[in-house]
Design a protein around this ligand. Structure first.
Ligand code: SF4
Length: 328
């Protein structure tokens, strides 16, 4: 696992991203999709924060808002001692070198008209990283070696490769500027299970060698368990539970986390675990439930839950949960 240090590299407070979907007329209020609705968390240098939740819970929007690939509606993002949310576009461009992203679909995210060498070298060119062509080539070759890509691939095109190889190209490109943090947005979801393990092992090796921190976004709790130091569970734009990995998987406190955990396939079907089935669909982020956002599907909901929103409170060592039933 990683060499997490104490001082947070990234500190996110009150982050919101609302998308305006309908302008209110005749005194009616504007309507928003509240994709991210006030999240707080930290990530230490060299640490991996796993972010899990159903599709549509806001985890990808959260990752992009942290990087300001989309502008947050509210909140602050302190990264490496700098208020990222206050940077001008020019300053942001320079600082982005330290915070990169890997996407789910490595095919869609890699330009089909560029050779692999140019895809990996492009961020270096944009930041004018190297004074000579030879230096640039050497750097690209080093990155290929780090991610296990054959040097012969550099003159070929991304579409000639398998999903796993393409994701290696995406990782090499993300590492080109030696970032301190990489947002990994479902980086293995599109890959076969055997290839998923290879890519995750590679990401761990890179973390050991380079000390890079990850925000690892996935809907798959088994994948997140493997790679994370701590895990945040998102539901309808909020973090409902966040804890060190082992605590979360051993003593999940939030009913939503417990339901997600109960659905992870286990090798022994006679194991006495009870599957908690969630009733109903995920409510629309345009029309959020009152009180606890999970109350419409929670098997333990009471009247209070429909009226009063629970705070994210400390329930164990570095373990926070937003539920009226949990006690600190
Ligand atoms: Fe369920 Fe109520 Fe806890 Fe929300 S606050 S998770 S509805 S018990």
């Amino acid at each position: 696992m990683s060499n997490a240090q104490n001082a947070p590299l990234l500190e996110v407070q009150g982050l919101k991203k609302w998308f305006l979907v309908k302008k209110g007329h005749f005194g009616r209020p504007d309507r928003y999709v509240k994709a991210v609705n006030g999240v707080d968390f930290t990530v230490g240098a060299g640490e991996t924060l796993g972010v899990v939740g159903e599709s549509g819970c806001g985890k990808s929007t959260m990752g992009r808002s942290v990087m300001r690939l989309i502008e947050p509606t509210a909140g602050t993002v302190r990264f490496d001692g700098v208020d990222f949310t206050a940077l001008s576009p020019q300053e942001l461009r320079k600082r982005r070198a330290d915070m990169q992203i890997i996407f789910q679909d490595p095919f869609a995210s890699l330009d089909p008209r560029m050779t692999v060498g140019d895809i990996i070298g492009e961020p270096m060119d944009i930041q004018k990283l190297h004074a000579s062509r030879a230096e640039r080539e050497e750097h690209i070759l080093d990155l290929c070696q780090l991610v296990g890509l054959d040097h012969d691939y550099l003159k070929r095109y991304a579409h000639e490769f398998s999903g796993g190889q393409r994701q290696r190209i995406g990782i090499a490109r993300a590492l080109a500027l030696s970032p301190k943090l990489i947002v990994c947005d479902e980086p293995v979801s599109a890959l076969d299970v055997s290839i998923q393990a290879q890519v995750i092992n590679l990401m761990e090796e890179i973390q050991q060698k380079r000390g890079v921190a990850y925000i690892f976004i996935s809907h798959d709790l088994s994948v997140v368990k493997y790679i994370s130091d701590k895990v945040a569970v998102m539901y309808l734009g909020k973090i409902v539970e966040i804890a060190p990995k082992n605590r979360l998987y051993d003593v999940a406190a939030h009913p939503y986390t417990q339901a997600l955990m109960s659905a992870i396939p286990i090798a022994d079907p006679d194991h006495g675990r009870r599957r908690i089935r969630l009733e109903g669909d995920l409510p629309s982020p345009m029309n959020l439930p009152t009180g606890c956002c999970f109350h419409t599907r929670c098997p333990y909901a009471t009247e209070r839950c429909a009226q009063e929103e629970p705070e994210l409170k400390l329930v164990g060592e570095n373990h926070y949960c937003a539920c009226h039933l949990t006690v600190g």
